[in-house]
Design a protein. Sequence first.
Length: 73
Amino acid sequence: MVTGHRPLLCRGCAGNLYAVCTMDHAGKNTVGQWEVDHEMPVPCPLSGILPLTGTAASVHDLPGAEEVLGPPV
């Protein structure tokens, strides 16, 4: 889970999101495998692209993160 940061919010519904990252520390790897999804099941227009998964150095670097993370626009 992401700690030390403001809560992650979904742009589609303003619901809280969780982010989990697993890392392979062999060879000083700084890229993790991420999963981001709603903390609780909610109706959301972005449900077709969540959970957001992939590899990145930061949750904000995930492909599609700018579409999902942040308050609704």
